[in-house]
Design a protein around this ligand. Structure first.
Ligand code: PMP
Length: 403
């Protein structure tokens, strides 16, 4: 089977696996063990990985907080950010006003309808708990309008969360402009950059975001590790940890560090950095991904009828994403007939739910076209021959179902 579902997860790069292996076998020290060389060596490689992550993002290593992945990083940013800012605001008001006034929660969270469930479900939980939440609509390309963000920010708003790139249709949001608005208004901005890493440059010297989430398994690192990047070159960002415990990761994420996973994460970041610097050669470049993806779409369009592209024009989205609907076929029959290729309909993270994709729905795609949609995610391991097999398979299945 040909794997073309790289938005869901990616293959671990051989260099990543090789770097991790010794940390499962001989070098199994706890990075928090300060009394012996096993611990010192573990701490040393964790710090090296922190540098590798930081180099990829052009930020200092102290900004990196290792987590179990992006679901945790998103929860830490939003829940931790909101309770941290509410506590800080409460303390300020307590000094200035009466105790009764300081007990009123001063919180509002602004996000949008195309976010990953690890952001949207936090927003929904807040709503149930009585926290002010604004979930903005997106346009027919799943793009967030900066003006709508500006209009939604109130004096109560503490935090805005907007993803850099969408995991279903590859939309790249105007984060620079959204960041500028948030800074002007004194509101924190969190960004889920999971799908962007390794595909487009993410440079924290340029990108005005305060908190940024990433996950190793989306760019050829291992599953179960990621990071929240916490900007530290401005006013202190008040973040409350989700877990209490040993006080690891600057007291923001207690728990023994998964040293082998962190080592692999670091190497995956180094490979992504080398790819931008051209050190890995043309075969791994984002431009090559875009060429393969464009070839896939052109050939499908020339062979089949009634295909509609979901999301922005190909030149404006992530280079490895293609998402389209096939009119006149049953979505379930389409997915179950594709035996030779691993692709996804909607987001793999929500396939437990039979509901059509919330992103396509937010873009205004009908439920029946949503169900008959296919998402392709290419990776640096995808070959031209695989694209040709994928075209032949989709053409064969769609022709049969449309007949
Ligand atoms: N955000 C986005 C945009 C994602 O695509 C995913 C993974 N599907 C996540 C967050 C969650 O990442 P993780 O698997 O590391 O929890």
């Amino acid at each position: 089977m040909i794997y073309l579902d790289n938005h869901a997860t990616t293959r671990v790069a051989p260099e990543v696996l090789a770097a991790m292996l010794p940390y499962f076998t001989e070098e199994y020290g706890n990075a928090a063990s300060v009394n012996h060389a096993f611990g010192w060596r573990a701490a040393e490689v964790v710090e090296r990985a922190r540098e590798q992550v930081a180099r990829l993002l052009s930020c200092p290593a102290e900004w990196i907080v290792f987590t179990s992945g992006a679901t945790e990083a998103n929860n830490l940013a939003i829940k931790g950010g909101l309770s941290g800012t509410a506590l800080a605001a409460g303390r300020t008001r307590a000094r200035k006003t009466t105790p009764a006034a300081s007990a009123v929660p001063l919180t509002n969270f602004v996000t949008n309808a195309a976010e990953h469930p690890s952001v949207l479900d936090v927003a929904k939980r807040f709503k149930r708990q009585g926290v002010g939440v604004t979930i903005l609509p997106v346009d027919h390309h799943a793009c967030v309008d900066p003006q709508q963000i500006a209009d939604a920010i109130t004096p109560q708003t503490q935090l805005v969360s907007v993803m850099l790139a969408n995991n279903e249709v590859g939309t790249i949001n105007p984060l620079a402009e959204i960041g500028r608005i948030c800074r002007e208004r004194g509101v924190l901005l969190h960004c889920d950059a999971v799908q962007a890493i390794g595909k487009i440059t993410v440079d924290l010297q340029q990108l005005p975001v305060d908190l940024l989430s990433l996950s190793a398994h989306k760019f050829h690192g291992p599953k179960g590790v990621g990071a929240l990047v916490v900007r530290r070159d401005g006013p202190r960002i008040p973040l409350e940890p989700l877990f209490d415990g040993g006080g690891h990761e600057q007291h923001l994420r207690s728990g023994t560090l998964p040293v082998p996973l962190i080592v692999g994460f670091g190497v995956a970041c180094e490979l992504a950095t080398d790819q931008y610097d051209g050190k890995l050669g043309g075969l791994t470049s984002p431009a090559r991904l875009a060429d393969l993806r464009d070839r896939l779409w052109q050939r499908l369009q020339s062979e089949l009828e009634r295909l509609s592209l979901n999301g922005p024009p190909l030149s404006e989205r992530l280079p490895n994403n293609l998402n389209f609907s096939v009119a006149g076929v049953d979505g379930e029959a389409l997915m179950s007939s594709l035996k030779e290729i691993a692709v996804s309909s909607g987001s793999a993270c929500s396939t437990a739910e039979p509901e059509p994709s919330h992103v396509l729905r937010a873009m205004g795609v009908s439920d029946s076209l949503s169900r008959a949609s296919l998402r392709f995610g290419l990776s640096r391991f995808t070959t031209e021959a695989e694209i040709d097999v994928a075209v032949a398979e989709v053409v064969r299945v769609v022709r049969r179902l449309q007949a």
